[in-house]
Write a protein that binds this ligand. Structure first.
Ligand SMILES: N[C@@H](CCC(=O)N[C@@H](CS)C(=O)NCC(=O)O)C(=O)O
Length: 301
């Protein structure tokens, strides 16, 4: 029997691999739109808003406009301060960690520039730092909408408020530092900031005032009292840092960084190793104080 010429039907079936299809731009657009709608709906429901609040969500002051602004703002950030001031250093540290370009305007405190009329217009208490964020708000692209473009100057005082403002306004730059989208982690951050501001800072700043800034003989009774308070606070810090890496959990936040200027000043200027005898506090301090952003500021002052 003559062999049959091999026909195409005798060949082993060829598996047809379709080349992986890329999602079409329309699909991508629809997916993005749906995600935005779903997350907005989630935010609305979670915030406890009622149907009457819906117009607010779409207004210029609402969360959607805020999101738009975050994505479109082209800012010029200016920091007014003194490089020797711990509060100014606190803000510079956040600017560096967030990788935000900024201009620095030095306020000469020896010459009392912070008590000048021009400074009072920015800072009613005559203090530093002051942050001015000149942001170009873009409300639209068409020529008619360009009428709505305007220069908006945001002035923020108080180093910790400035830190929150920067971390919240520039969420996609540098380190996250402020977990705004997670209420639990935000509460942990806030509680740690509160401890820093009301427990850590007053005790360490108190020692600096008593032993250096005040001049003359320190009040030894007061120094002893502050040192005793410091020990009690450190016991609390040790309990926290024994079970977690940073003060607000496992991630670095503003709360940790806010400690650096005053903590370093006491170590360097008073030679008081305030974390001595508290191994977890020491581990945490060595970790945060070795960050390149802080090293630069520390070595400059
Ligand atoms: N709570 C303020 C404190 C600001 C502050 O005390 N700044 C000091 C320099 S570190 C200052 O301006 N002192 C001059 C004064 O109070 O007259 C902040 O965190 O920004």
């Amino acid at each position: 029997m003559t062999p049959r010429a091999a026909s195409t039907s005798d060949r082993p079936p060829v598996a047809h691999h379709k080349s992986p299809q890329r999602p079409s731009p329309l699909r991508l657009f629809m997916f993005t739109l749906l995600t935005i709608v779903a997350s907005t709906a989630f935010q609305i429901v979670r915030s406890g808003a009622t149907i009457n609040d819906v117009p607010h969500f779409f207004s210029r002051e609402g969360p959607i406009a805020d999101l738009w602004q975050m994505g479109t703002k082209a800012s010029t950030v200016t920091l007014y301060g003194s490089r020797l001031s711990p509060s100014t250093q606190r803000v510079e540290l956040i600017l560096r960690e967030k990788d935000i370009p900024y201009d620095f305007v030095s306020v000469n405190m020896r010459e009392k520039e912070h008590k000048s009329e021009s400074h009072f217009t920015k800072q009613p208490f005559g203090q530093v730092p002051v942050l001015v964020d000149g942001s170009l708000q873009l409300y639209g692209n068409s020529s008619s909408e360009q009428e709505h473009m305007c220069m908006e100057l945001m002035v923020v005082l108080e180093s910790r408020a400035i830190g929150r403002y920067l971390a919240g306004s520039y969420p996609f730059r540098g380190m996250p530092l402020y977990p705004m989208s997670n209420l639990t982690r935000m509460a942990w951050t806030e509680q740690a900031v509160s401890v820093e501001m009301s427990d850590f800072d007053p005790v360490l700043s108190g020692l600096l005032v008593e032993m250096i800034y005040k001049g003359g003989e320190p009040d030894f009774e007061r120094v002893q009292h502050l040192k005793e308070q410091l020990r009690v606070k450190m016991e609390g810090y040790e309990r926290i840092l024994d079970r977690q890496k940073f003060l607000a959990g496992e991630a670095l936040t503003l709360a940790d960084l806010f400690h650096l200027p005053v903590g370093t000043a006491v170590l360097k200027r008073l030679n008081i190793v305030w974390y001595d005898g508290f191994p977890s506090v020491e581990r945490w301090w060595k970790d945060i104080s070795s960050r390149p952003s802080w090293k630069e500021i520390e070595n400059r002052s």
